[in-house]
Design a protein around this ligand. Structure first.
Ligand code: TIU
Length: 222
């Protein structure tokens, strides 16, 4: 057993059952003209964490541990897009509409792609998800079961939406979850702070939090 110096207390893991889940580091959330910007958000907050997410991904790869990537997106025919989701939020461009990076949040479009710096390597699992959580209507659960994962480290965006939803879903399914707090970001600084606090409150009611350096140190010492 190995440990990461985490809050609210040490995160114990076995290297052979640990995986990294990188949530939705897509152009649509990080670049002007995408889905995040269409909702009126400052996407610069997302770009700022890219070097830290890259460091975390490279640390897992160097240790031979699995990296799983998710992408929030929908089928071109919109058959997996509830009209309620499409119309929510009075966006300047809706999901499925043509924007400067192609159709917003549609599978295969340029804006839907994971940022170049964080691109999956051949062989890494990439999950396209129509919801905020990664388990809903995807093979994510089957994939992490097949890997034999028991501990999941999370990074990506946004902290209180897709990251927290997926962490809660994983926690309910018996996975021990740790959020790399400097490798996640929200469009709202106060929501990130609150999400981190509520995740680790009540004795890790949803999971643990640690910095990327703490995670990598734990892995290096395992
Ligand atoms: N809008 C927002 O904060 N997030 C999302 O819509 N999706 C994800 O968090 N990936």
């Amino acid at each position: 057993m190995a440990e990461i110096d985490a809050l609210p207390f040490a995160f114990v893991f076995k290297p052979q059952t640990m995986a990294l889940v990188v949530i939705d580091m897509q152009r649509d959330f990080a670049e002007p003209g995408g889905f995040g910007a269409s909702l009126g958000n400052d996407v610069g907050r997302i770009t700022a964490i890219v070097p830290t997410v890259k460091k975390l991904i490279e640390g897992f790869r160097a240790a031979g541990l699995p990296v799983i990537h998710t992408m929030e997106c929908h089928k071109p025919d919109l058959s997996d897009l509830p009209p309620t989701k499409r119309n929510r939020g009075n966006p300047s461009i809706r999901i499925g509409d043509v924007g400067p990076m192609g159709r917003v949040l549609i599978s295969g479009e340029p804006g839907t792609a994971i940022l170049d710096e964080l691109a999956p390597l051949p062989g890494e699992i990439v999950i396209e998800k129509p919801g905020k959580g990664a388990f809903y209507a995807t093979s994510f659960g089957d994939n992490i079961r097949r890997l034999g994962a028991q501990q999941l480290v999370f990074a990506g965006v946004t902290t209180e939406v897709c990251v927290q939803t997926t962490m809660r879903e994983a926690n309910d399914r018996g996975y021990e979850c740790l959020l790399a707090e400097d490798a996640t970001e929200s469009y709202f600084a106060e929501f990130k702070t609150a999400a981190i606090a509520m995740i680790r409150a009540q004795g890790a009611i949803v999971g643990w939090t640690a910095t990327t350096d703490q995670v990598l140190e734990g892995i290096a010492n395992a």
